[in-house]
Design a protein around this ligand. Structure first.
Ligand code: FCB
Length: 440
């Protein structure tokens, strides 16, 4: 048996996002978001569900923090719902909404759990969408005002601030394929939205750092590794081309100060409008990079290989391939000058069976996590600076277009009665955290 020890201050945590867990969609003065509108539109969500109640975390947050304590979490990554705080996105502040995040943060601090806050996990205020949403450059400035407001209120207790979760998913799923809110399919808007998200990121970091220079600011990107199917140069070339298509878009903008020519050369009429000074704002120094990792593409000169013979797949249809995480960490660390990295999401959806005595023996999820923890530790031995790890997710929750059909939690949620049950993977994770090591 090999045992992998982690550094003593390694930040073990779990993650959620406001729309996926909070519920209380219209309570205490909260405004409507694009996800409220999208999930209420018939035909958009696989099982016809909505996030109206979700895990009712808005009311159950104390119980959820007690569960975090039982797992021994050192950190909790969550997002704030813009519409709870500013129902129309700007203007009138909704005091009860801000109070909720105040209570949540206080309760986390009381439990000795580091709050790791994301300002935008996809739930744009609907009022701003009516004004053009992310296609409207002004919204980037409005976002920076919201960020400033949050840092003023919570910056005395929240040290880690993330501007955006996965801007790539916003542009591709939200504005190109239309499978996520706001459900638009328009390549021209998509890349303009991408640029405005980057601009909003830059403006928000600048605003927040102006108020609280000592705090840590970052962004969360999801990257899919592109592995060549063989060492044939044609396959290696194809994998590089596949990587170049989408993966460097934000990494280049943020860490090199320009968009990748190999992506932009192909855009033609869909080229976004970029103003002087934008790239400097976008590429200002960050204190950390959050990386979300789920899977990879296996690429040959003839196209993607799927399914990969012999590979295991999750309920999302994503291949399980933990060594790709180590390769990815090494690749991006070699190609960019990066700040410390946190794995801000990693986890797996599998069908969970509940035994007659109420247990969930989710061996496959446990094994998925074990493999990814080990590959991360190996990447750290290779020299990659990884400081923490957030499992996606703390709880089973509303999985966007899939509704409640996919379960990612370390903790099961029975949506009939909101009962929580720690799964075997959760018990095992608690042991990993306690010992600060993982064994094969
Ligand atoms: C990521 C999202 C997260 C969750 C996982 C499965 O892309 O950030 O909210 O849906 O995928």
């Amino acid at each position: 048996m090999t045992t992998y020890k982690f550094p003593h201050n390694f930040l073990w945590g779990a993650a959620t996002a406001s729309y996926q867990v909070e519920g209380a969609w219209i309570e205490d003065g909260k405004g409507e978001s694009i996800w409220d509108r999208f999930s209420h539109t018939p035909g958009k969500i696989e099982d016809g569900s909505t996030g109206d109640v979700a895990c009712d975390h808005y009311h159950c947050y104390q119980e959820d923090i007690d569960l975090m304590r039982r797992l021994g979490l050192k950190a909790y990554r969550f997002s704030t719902a813009w519409t709870r705080v500013l129902p129309a996105g700007r203007g009138r502040i909704n005091a009860p909404g801000l109070d909720f995040y105040d209570r949540l943060v206080d309760a986390l601090c009381a439990a000795n759990i580091e709050p790791f806050l994301t300002l935008y996990h996809w739930d744009l205020p609907y009022s701003l969408h009516e004004k053009g949403g992310w296609t409207n450059r002004d919204v980037a400035f409005t976002f920076a005002d919201y960020a400033a407001l949050m840092v003023k209120r919570l910056g005395d207790r929240v040290k880690y601030w993330t501007t955006f979760n996965e801007p790539g998913v916003v542009i591709f799923d939200g504005y190109l394929f239309g499978e996520h809110a706001p459900g638009i399919q328009d390549p021209k808007s998509a890349y303009q939205v991408g640029h405005h998200l980057m601009l909003a990121h830059g403006l928000a970091v600048q605003a927040m750092r102006g108020i609280a220079p000592h705090l840590k600011y970052g962004i969360v990107l999801n990257q899919w590794m592109a592995d060549p199917a063989s060492d044939d140069p044609a396959d290696i070339d194809a994998a590089q081309t596949a990587w170049n298509r989408n993966e460097p878009l934000f990494l280049d903008a943020i860490f090199k100060g320009h968009y990748p020519p190999q992506t932009f050369d192909l855009l033609g009429d869909n080229m976004p409008k970029i103003k002087d000074g934008d790239m400097a704002l976008i590429s200002q120094r960050l204190d950390y990079l959050g990386l979300n990792f789920y899977s990879r593409n296996l690429v040959s000169a003839e196209g993607n290989i799927s399914p990969v013979p012999g590979s295991e797949y999750t309920e999302m249809g994503w291949e399980v391939c933990a060594p790709a995480l180590r390769r990815l960490l090494n690749k991006i660390s070699n190609e960019y000058k990066l700040p410390p990295i946190y794995i801000t999401e990693n986890g797996a959806a599998f069908k969970d069976a509940v035994t007659p005595d109420g247990k969930i023996h989710d061996e496959r999820r446990l094994d998925y996590l074990r493999q990814h923890f080990i590959q991360t530790r190996l990447a750290m031995q290779d020299g990659v600076d990884v400081r923490g790890y957030f499992v996606w997710s703390l709880l089973d929750n509303f999985e966007w277009g899939h509704g409640f059909t996919k379960r990612f939690g370390l903790i099961r949620v029975d949506y009939e009665n909101q009962k929580r049950t720690i799964k075997d993977s959760g018990e095992w994770y608690a042991e990993v955290i306690r010992k600060n090591e993982v064994s094969e």
